[in-house]
Design a protein. Structure first.
Length: 253
């Protein structure tokens, strides 16, 4: 069952979404060659607590850290460790914050040092794919419309969309209905209604789409070891379209 949110409930989600967004702004200056993902994890954890939040990933279904850090060919759910980032790496930092029982979920792929040309194009395509998906959201559109515009754009650039992982409803639950896949056909799937709140989070591979989960039970990687990039926003469906709840508010920065 999809839980439609009232205006008051969407407002109640706003603090968690804003702190998640501001966490990504905060972390950007630290993402340089030589930092470890464990250090990124500690920075995110401390910042979240200081802002009155709880890092949702920590102990979620046994996940051991406060943030997901996915480097290069890691698609999602990368576990922070002591390996140092290198010049030319890309890293997705996926932040989910809980405040007053509500969740805000967002992620961004960063360049470490100077990006390689193909990595730069991949990241730009992933970023734009997310925005194109958001742009089609309005009452009466379908989830297939979102998936179609993302898939078409990504494949036009000769990249591929991950099939096994998707966006999701969010609110008091970390993962709620509906599931928002990033491929599909226009007019198919669930009809979008005002009051829905969900994430759109396309994972875009430089090579082929298939992925696999490593033995730790969490880390998802591309089967062909090609690079993968991802961007994510939490959005609310309003009368005239999507409102991005995880867009950082300038007055809070």
């Amino acid at each position: 069952m999809v839980q439609l949110k009232t205006d008051a409930e969407i407002e109640a989600m706003r603090p968690a979404c804003q702190v998640a967004a501001e966490t990504l702004v905060m972390i950007e200056e630290y993402i340089k060659p030589g930092i470890t993902t464990n250090e990124i994890n500690q920075l995110v954890h401390d910042y979240t607590i200081e802002r009155g939040g709880i890092p949702a990933p920590l102990n979620y279904r046994g996940f051991p850290k406060s943030v997901c850090t996915s480097v290069n060919h890691v698609v999602c759910h990368g576990i922070p460790d002591n390996k140092k980032l290198k010049d030319g790496d890309i890293i997705n930092v996926d932040v989910t914050t809980i405040i007053d029982g509500w969740h805000g979920d967002t992620s961004k792929t960063f360049f470490v040092g100077k990006p390689k040309v193909r990595a730069q194009k991949l990241v730009e395509v992933a970023r734009e794919a997310l925005q194109l998906g958001i742009d089609v959201v309005k009452p009466g559109a379908t989830l297939g419309d979102i998936g179609h515009v993302i898939q078409t754009f990504v494949e036009k650039h000769r990249f591929s969309v991950v099939r096994e992982y998707c966006g999701h409803g969010i609110g008091r639950g970390f993962h709620e209905e509906p599931q928002v896949v990033h491929f599909g056909k226009p007019g198919e799937g669930m009809v979008i209604k005002e009051g829905m709140v969900f994430t759109i989070e396309p994972m875009v591979n430089a090579g082929k789409a298939p992925v696999k989960v490593l033995n730790d039970g969490w880390t998802v990687v591309t089967r062909d070891k090609s690079l993968s990039a991802q961007f994510e926003h939490t959005i609310a469906v309003r009368k005239h379209g999507a409102e991005i709840l995880t867009q950082p508010s300038k007055e809070n920065l």
